[in-house]
Design a protein around this ligand. Sequence first.
Ligand code: NAP
Length: 276
Amino acid sequence: MPNGPATSGDHVRRLADGNQIPRLGLGVWQVPDGPGCENAVRWALELGYRHIDTAQAYGNEASVGRALRDSGVPREQVFLTTKFYPGRRDPQAEVEQSLRRLGVDQVDLYIVHWPQNGPTWAWPGLERARELGYARSIGISNFSASQLEQVIAIADSPPVINQVQFSPFEYRRRLLEECEGRGVALEAYSPLGTGRHLRNQTVAGIAQRASRTPAQVLLRWCLQRDTVVIPKSTHRERIEENAQIFDFSLSDEDLASLDQLDRTGGTAAARESKWW
Ligand SMILES: NC(=O)c1ccc[n+]([C@@H]2O[C@H](COP(=O)([O-])OP(=O)(O)OC[C@H]3O[C@@H](n4cnc5c(N)ncnc54)[C@H](OP(=O)(O)O)[C@@H]3O)[C@@H](O)[C@H]2O)c1
């Protein structure tokens, strides 16, 4: 697959702990456990994706693991993320359950899903999971710049990723700068606005001029803003389309027009409203 994702060069990012993460992954939030999830993951792996993003809260780790095994792609070639559900108390015990459901010995990335009950209490458990070899890298999600700062202050092994809602419409510029300044890669979730941003006129106009699709424009913007990006789709043709983002560039002018769509004021916050 010449234009799709791969595992070298521009397609990967080195994390502060030395591990590498593919810059494109498949997200599986809101994909029920079962054939739909297995198909999406299997298609993505067939199409060259080497990065899957799931979570304990998604309830579909078993399907992700089944599709991974059935794909025949060697385990060490696939970057697998799961997230600690912070309604529970013990990140180590919970990752042991994740590994059992996923049918793997180790995940590549284990992250605190959101900072419920404060940003720091779960971190020692994440570090333990890493020390025990259950996770190669550890990180956080939905943490603002100041919450990241608090984790770094107590960490023996600091987070290497902050996964946050990020797109031209949620261009959290100060959060991105703070993360980069601390050696933390920003991973962009909901890069298509869970589908909502695809209908925007500015995005559509740029897509038309570039002979690309709105999804490709939004995902390419994330790459050019130096983030890792994890679009979700359960349709094979869209999974394929979303991977065709390494063979074109947006001009500085197009990037600037997309930047203007930001509704967060370039915030250092991770969310405008919380669900926890
Ligand atoms: N850490 C967190 O708290 C958190 C929160 C939200 C999301 N995430 C992660 O980020 C991933 C992506 O975010 P998201 O699920 O909110 O949504 P998203 O990737 O922004 O958008 C997905 C939506 O767009 C549609 N879509 C995808 N590709 C398309 C294309 N090429 N053309 C037209 N429509 C397309 C999908 O429909 P179909 O599936 O029907 O194709 C789906 O409705 C999640 O799956 C999850 O892994 C993490």
